[in-house]
Design a binder for this molecule. Sequence first.
Ligand code: HEC
Ligand code: HEC
Length: 221
Amino acid sequence: MKYSLLFFALLGLSVGLGAADDKSKGIQMPETFISGDPDKGSALVESCVACHGVDGNSISTDWPKLAGQNQKYLLEELKHFRDGERNNVLMMAVIPYLQTLSDQDLLDIAAFYSKYNTNVGQAKNDEELLALGTQLYRFGDIKKQIPACTSCHAVYGQGNRLAGYPVIAGQQIGYLTSTLKAYRSKERNAGESSLVMQAIAENLSDYEIDALANYMHGLYE
Ligand code: HEC
Ligand code: HEC
């Protein structure tokens, strides 16, 4: 009972957002989010290059790409790491450094990565895996109370810049898999938005996570 209520709440949220998107078609959305300064940001990311690449396109499947990610989401996550709410062994190394930075500095870093383009990924050509990934991403699975990912992350995985819903198109497979599992185990637990993804990931099997990660990695317009 508790779960179905949550499911319908999520569904309602996504439908509501979808409707808002439709209404705004063709109309210039007001810029309600203040942008950082990418030039200032570029001077602050020296210690990030080894893992996230010079332009935010990481080279390991296990390290997230930051290139092209929306500023609002990046800012939130940077604050979570700095303030000790999101934990990861590799990011641990830069926490003392992040703690020396102001919110404005973090916004400038976000602006820096946001201006680059994500390198397009290539999905594994496994028919069964692709069919399941496509089906789940676009339509969800009502019996398993999994909402369609498109309602928040958009059809081509571009997320929602103003709402701060992350871009997932072209993201690294290893990272997508591990982070969905971390939501499922509730290990990824920083901020209220993470509760939304925890409730969704709770219902995903390992195979469904593999299928979704493969689909999102290869997703592009
Ligand atoms: C030793 C490798 C390493 C270094 C150096 C590093 N990161 Fe990361 N970063 C990671 C990994 C791995 C993750 C994924 C963490 C997780 O799974 O929770 C991550 C996650 C992130 C995220 C969240 C991405 C998302 O999609 O949610 C941001 C933002 C980020 N790093 C920014 C930075 C910045 C800024 C620096 C430099 C100050 C930096 N990182 C340095 C490895 C690194
Ligand atoms: C109701 C809106 C909503 C729906 C539906 C939704 N997401 Fe999310 N998703 C979010 C938000 C918000 C976040 C950021 C959560 C946080 O702050 O940890 C997120 C984060 C993620 C991330 C982490 C991105 C990163 O860079 O770390 C992945 C992966 C993801 N979602 C995949 C999915 C998949 C797969 C589905 C469909 C099964 C889905 N989402 C459905 C809102 C949604």
